[in-house]
Design a binder for this molecule. Structure first.
Ligand code: HEC
Ligand code: HEC
Length: 244
């Protein structure tokens, strides 16, 4: 007779754990959906902070060792162009790198709060970077398959990166105009092959069928997209803030 409540209790427990595991699964999948750009607290604080450009320049001095005083990076793709990038994207990428959500062993020690400061430093340095004009002579690809590149771009990339590679500040989609070919090639391959952990899952899905040849063609095409003239520096411009 004592068996019935026992069985009842057991089945109640089973039911509960079913409900519970469903709840956990739901939460996890919601987290999965949010995970790409789940505002980490630092990112939101930096976006909301009032920026101090003078401190931004001071912080940027560390960055300039690799990204160069002009923020133009290097044509060989080691260091990306930062000038002209949407501030929201700069903040997201920095916060991701600090949170170890995007691997960047070269830069990591220089980007830590102990080296440059808290969320306010991110607000300041990114505000400073947005004052820099863009590189008029970024590195481009071989240029031998551009028609195929354009077709791939129009079909697969426009909806996020825009018809001219301008991206979207509001949606945290990077501007890819004037970025160095070799840097983009590396990032694109990492995103396709799942090595860039903070990558947008919809982009990963969109490019999963790309062969290496497709990848070269589309990035070559992107490397030739030109920002509006007023965003570009004069050809031999040097950052006057770094004059001695
Ligand atoms: C020791 C060299 C080094 C220093 C110093 C450095 N960076 Fe970087 N940074 C890199 C490298 C290398 C990458 C690209 C990593 C990759 O290939 O994924 C990068 C990437 C970035 C990106 C991502 C760009 C993109 O298009 O997604 C941002 C933003 C950035 N750095 C900002 C900064 C800022 C701001 C500072 C100064 C506080 C700084 N970096 C200091 C080497 C450096
Ligand atoms: C669903 C929207 C979406 C689509 C479609 C998409 N991208 Fe992206 N792309 C993004 C986002 C968002 C990032 C930044 C990911 C992150 O947060 O690190 C990115 C990053 C990149 C980067 C690295 C930029 C940098 O500064 O590090 C390149 C290059 C790139 N995309 C090229 C392309 C090309 C070429 C296509 C089409 C073949 C494409 N993307 C399709 C959203 C998209």
């Amino acid at each position: 007779m004592k068996l019935i409540p026992y069985i009842l209790a057991l089945s109640m427990a089973a039911l509960c754990s079913n409900v519970m595991s469903e709840e956990v699964a739901e939460k996890k999948s919601a987290e999965g959906k949010r995970a790409w750009n789940e505002m980490n607290k630092e990112q939101q604080t930096a976006l909301d902070a009032k920026a101090d450009l003078e401190n931004g320049l001071e912080v940027y001095e560390v960055c300039s060792a690799c990204h160069m005083p002009e923020g133009w990076g290097m044509e060989n793709g080691t260091f990306p162009l930062l000038a002209g990038q949407h501030r929201s994207v700069l903040i997201k990428q920095l916060a991701d790198i600090r949170a170890l959500n995007r691997d960047n062993p070269t830069m990591y020690p220089f980007a830590l709060p102990e080296s440059i400061g808290d969320a306010q430093a991110l607000a300041d340095v990114t505000a400073y970077i947005t004052t820099l004009p863009m590189n008029p002579n970024n590195g481009v690809g071989p240029g031998d398959n551009l028609e195929h590149g354009k077709k791939l771009y129009d079909e697969n990339c426009v909806k996020c990166h825009g018809d001219n590679g301008q991206g979207s500040s509001e949606k945290f989609y990077p501007r890819i105009q004037a970025q160095h070919y070799k840097y983009m090639l590396r990032q694109f391959e990492w995103i396709r092959d799942g090595k860039r952990r903070n990558a947008n899952p919809d982009m990963v899905k969109q490019i999963k069928g790309f062969t290496n040849k497709d990848m070269v063609a589309v990035i070559d095409y992107v490397s030739r997209l030109k920002p509006p003239k007023e965003d570009l520096a004069a050809p031999n411009w040097q950052n006057p803030d770094f004059d001695d």
